[in-house]
Every structure is written in C-alpha cells, then in structure tokens.
Design a binder for this molecule. Structure first.
Ligand code: NAD
Length: 392
C-alpha cells in the first residue's frame, strides 16, 4: 500500500502533484536540487491550499495542518529510503531523469515503485536506468494537476501489471477540483500517449492552412475563424500564442522525429520562432499582444480551409491508429480520455454513426489538397474493425 510518496522536482507539475497528494493525506517528501527551489515550490503549494481553505474546499483540516506534514530534501538518496512511490517531475531532460532513476533504484526499498510524469521521454529507458524496470511506469498528469481530471498511467515494455495497478489506485485517490479523476491505462510507451497523440496531427492541418493563407494573401484570423467555437474561451490560433509558439514548434519537431515527416513545423511558425516572436510572452506571435490581454479579432470572415468536422475526422483517424498499434484497450477509452482531458465530445463517437465514408472522404480530400499523406485514413479506419476491438 502506498503511504510514503517522494516527489522529485518542485516546479509547476511537482508542486501541483504534491498539493493534491497532501490533500489525500499521503506522507510527502518534496525533493529538488537546492533549498531555494524547494522554498519556491512549498510557497506555491501553500498558496494553492490557502485558496482552497478560503473557498471552504478543505474537509476537516486546515492548510497549515496539511503543510506541517510535508518534508523536503535536496538529497534524493536519503529521501527515498522509506518510500513506497517515487514520482519524478524534473526538467524534461533524459540525462537528468535517468540519473534520478539510477539514484532512486540504488536507495529505495525493493517494494517501492517509480513513476515519471514525462510527456515525451522513454519510460522504458528510465526503467532500465533504475535496475527495476518492472516497477517503473509513467504517471502523466496535466497542468494544473489539481484541476485537470485526466491522469494517464503508462505501461512500458517491462512494467508489471501490479505496478500499473498501484499507480492507477494512487492516481484515482487524489482529489480533483473539477470532478472525478479519469485514469486510463496506456498499454504502450508510445509518443504522446493518448490525449496529446490524438491532438497532435491537427497541428499538421493548422500549419498547412497558415502557410496556404500567407501564400494566398488570406488574413490568418480567417483561418482562426474556421475553427472558432464561441463557447470556448480561446480560438486555436490565440491559444497557440497563449501557450507559446516555441512549445508547439518543439512538440511538432518531437512528433516529426517519432511519427512522420508531415509533422515538420510549417514555414510561418518556423519564421516566427527564428524572429523570437513566440506569442503572448514576447508581445508578438501570430497576433500582437498587450500583456495578457487576448487580441481583438473580427470573427465575420472565414478562410474555409479547415473546419470542425475535419478536426474530428483527423482525431478519429489518430484514434484508429492508437488501436492499430495496441496503445489503448478499446475505442471508448479514447473518448473518455479526450472528455476528461479537453472536455471534448470524443472523436471515436463520430465513427459510431455508421457514416465512416463521410469522414474518410473528408480526410482524402484534405490530403489531396494539402499533400499531407499522414492525414489519409489509416487501415484500421478503412477496415471498420475499430468498434469491436478489445485489448487486454
Ligand atoms: N508543465 C506542463 O504543462 C507539463 C504537463 C505534463 C507533464 N509535464 C512534465 O512534467 C515534468 C516537469 O515539468 P514542469 O513543468 O514541472 O517543469 P519545471 O521546470 O517547472 O520544474 C522542474 C523542477 O525540477 C527540478 N529539478 C531539475 N533537476 C532535478 C534533479 N536532478 N533533482 C531534483 N529536482 C530537479 C528543477 O529545479 C525544477 O524545480 C517534465 O517532465 C514535463 O515534461 C509538464
């Protein structure tokens, strides 16, 4: 049973995960490389807990009582001596992460399981570094962890089912401020796991549409309007600027290296990166920003290059690929994941309407026009076998 949890890395993710673990009354030790970073992490956790206390969302306990039980350390080798679970949330750098897993492997008790919160590194390689790869899995939280319902647990090549089950039980026990946690098991250590993978190929279409718009003197806000949904707080291009074009650029490069050359970032985004126009944080990206205030956009005209049906078809096709590759158990896991992660309908549901030809035609037509071969319907979509599939 998990009681003592060591969280390594006290940044945005480690801090959020430590906060909810404290709320679930686990014994937490927070580890970072220096006292200054730990103090910053604990200050953020304190801020989060006090906000909840003010809103009366802490049950029968105060923020200071919870905070009094957190321990901290700059020495991982000492911190893991009594651990049942070590969760790594350090900087996204394979060498740094491997060293964390090596030290933990040498010093933690043999029953202790290890998990990484990485979005892109190989869980298998981290497992090998720890010398206990059967006890190593991914536990992928979304930011901010206290608010985001979705947590993906990833089974790597050597991970035992027992390890996955412990990880799933632990993740499910953590409170979420926006409803019940959803914790799907990802059956393979595969790029983007489920949620980020389903979203990824949409960027191929957006990047192509942006370059097409520039080449044909179409204002880019018209492309933005193609996918604008009034109930969503930010349209896709505003969101790209908000998050940072450098983030979407490096994500596309990552998928380009792991999945297909069509993920290569387009001309416009690449030029923006070269010029240092990264979005909100630099004052200019696809749009001009005044601080954190989103740009005013005239929503009256569309470019008619993209549409929401196309986005759903691209996502459903990627869902079929996940089934083809055996990354998920069944199609409904994909939809539940997308609902928990992005409040979206779930792309696989659309295939259940029996009108698969319509979705495949959309993909074929878009591929013909854009030259993006990756977006053509995959074999699983064409076969129609996706609905009946069940992997264990
Ligand atoms: N930020 C996100 O939106 C997000 C979402 C999901 C997953 N992730 C993943 O979570 C992990 C952490 O991301 P983050 O955004 O919290 O990063 P961050 O930069 O905010 O925090 C990383 C922390 O790790 C510490 N650190 C670095 N080396 C260390 C070491 N050897 N020992 C102990 N601590 C060390 C740093 O000092 C820093 O405090 C990454 O793997 C990232 O890919 C991030």
């Amino acid at each position: 049973m998990v009681k003592n949890v060591v969280i390594v890395g006290s940044g945005a993710m480690g801090g959020g995960i430590a906060q909810i673990s404290l709320m679930a009354q686990y014994n937490i030790t927070l580890v970072d490389i220096c006292d200054e970073f730990i103090s910053r992490g604990i200050k953020n956790i304190k801020f989060g807990l006090e906000k909840l206390e003010l809103k009366k969302k802490l049950k029968d306990i105060t923020a200071s009582q919870l905070l009094s039980s957190i321990k901290s350390s700059t020495r991982l080798s000492e911190a893991v001596k009594n651990a049942d679970l070590m969760l790594e949330a350090v900087t996204e750098d394979l060498a740094i992460k491997k060293e964390v897993f090596r030290i933990a492997g040498e010093n933690a008790p043999s029953h202790c399981i290890f998990a990484s919160n990485t979005s892109s590194m190989s869980i298998h390689e981290l497992g090998m570094a720890s010398q206990r790869s059967e006890k190593v899995c991914g536990i992928h939280f979304f930011n901010p962890a206290p608010l985001m319902r979705l947590v993906e647990v990833i089974k790597a090549e050597n991970t035992s089912i027992d390890t996955c089950q412990i990880a799933i039980n632990w993740a499910k026990s953590l409170p979420c401020l926006r409803g019940k946690r959803y914790v799907p098991l990802v059956l393979k250590d595969s790029p983007g796991f489920i949620a980020n993978r389903i979203q990824a190929p949409v960027s191929i279409a957006i990047s192509w549409a942006l370059d097409y718009a520039v080449d044909h003197n179409i204002p880019i806000e018209h492309v933005d309007n193609d996918l604008f949904v009034p109930v969503v707080p930010m349209s896709p291009l505003v969101l790209l600027d908000f998050v940072g074009l450098d983030i979407s650029y490096s994500t596309s490069k990552y998928f380009e290296s792991k999945l297909h050359p069509d993920f290569k970032p387009g001309k416009l985004i690449s030029e923006k990166i070269e010029k240092g126009e990264l979005g909100m944080k630099t004052g200019k990206g696809l749009y001009q920003w005044k601080g954190k205030i989103p740009p005013e956009i005239d929503r009256s005209k569309k470019a008619d290059l993209l549409n929401l049906d196309l986005v759903l078809a691209i996502q459903a096709n990627e869902g079929c690929r996940l089934l083809e590759e055996g990354v998920v158990k069944d199609w409904s896991t994909i939809d539940k994941t997308m609902r928990a992660g992005f409040n979206s309908l779930g792309p696989m549901t659309i295939l259940a309407d029996g009108n698969t030809d319509k979705w495949m035609d959309l993909l074929e037509q878009f591929s013909d026009k854009s030259g993006k071969e990756y977006l053509r319907p995959c074999e699983m979509m064409k076969s129609g076998k996706y609905m009946g599939l069940q992997f264990s």
